[in-house]
Design a binder for this molecule. Sequence first.
Ligand code: PMP
Length: 437
Amino acid sequence: MTPTPPAPRNDAPHGAGAAAAADAAAGGSTGDPHSHRYAARTAGMTASEIRALFAVASRPEVVSLAGGMPNLAALPLDSLAVEVAGLIAAEGQGALQYGSAQGVPVLREQIGEVMAFEAGSTSATGGFHPDDVVVTVGSQSALDMLTRLFVDPGDVVLAESPSYVGALGSFAAYQAEVRHVAMDDDGLVPAALEEALARLAREGRRAKFLYTVPNFHNPVGVSLSADRRPEIVELCRRHGVLVVEDNPYGLLGFDGQTYPSLRSLDPENVVYLGSFSKIFASGLRVGWALAPHGIRDKLVLAAESATLCPPAFTQLVVSRYLATHDWRSLVKSFREMYRERCDAMLAALEVHLPDGCRWTRPRGGFFVWATVPEGVDTRAMLPRAITARVAYASGTGFHADGSGARHMRLSFCYPPPERITEGVRRLAGVLDGELEV
Ligand code: PMP
């Protein structure tokens, strides 16, 4: 069976009744008797291409280079089980009760240690105080809340080209107009950002924020070079544009190399997002935002209206893990594991991919971004790849306008090295077939 490729994001009409119109345009195929009731903004809520792939890509015979699931094999499950039991014994009902919308105080303090591990010291984080932190339900909920706080329908958000699919999902859900800004091997291109800002100024408009993933970018894999960082921050400040710095992969540099955060360069104009998903356990759904005080207070209000508070239990599990385990060593072992997998992928790409393909060479994180020869459409090719038992994420999911069909994201985080090699070999066979046509 070959799956039908999912529809590109944002191809539905906007405006009043757009959701119903979208359903009607699809021949009323959802059969949802409530379709005429949904708010106009739901037209932007389409299934992400990546999520739609999950079912097929997780079949055992398929090598999935599509998902971005962290590999949890190194987690010390036995000692974690002991700590979780100990947590209930020690905290009793307190671990199971409502808590502060800002997050559990002890965890907010420990987040300072995590950030200092990446930055080298607390002062290098851009100044840290537990009061500046809002604990969130993964950084995804921080993205949702920030968009809710800042974006009215039609407002502009600047984002790298391409950009993290989950962020694009939040922006679409609040009807933002996303303007993509070019990247190269050194990350976001300052001249392209300047041009986008100048164009907006000529239109008499101003972006609400720049959304950027400066370290080991999802989906491209590259990092913003150290010398570009002050330039990007300064451009945004000059044009009155807030920066949202999303940093879930910063601790996963293969050589342990880290970069100064954008926040450390301009703490009053940057909202920083961190996450325990990639350095501990994604299923606990614990992340955090560090924000200037006004924005922090609004985030707390947004959290109250969304969930009352982040779950106390999962926060305390993270807190206890940080207190009782050598988490720095675990992060180092994650780096090793991902480096080995990345090396396997890069070596296989070199050996197998046909002439005319290019790809990035990440020094951390989870992803390689590949560009295929002209004439190949990675979205159209996907069903044939699945038939050949390999899955990837087409570049189209990472652009608000559904462009990017000559690109694909290849994840090396989950399968073991020999499966990665086999997956790339299968992918190369599919590409060879496309180029013969
Ligand atoms: N930002 C980026 C760039 C990501 O890659 C992800 C996860 N794939 C997230 C945010 C969301 O992570 P979390 O699990 O913390 O919600």
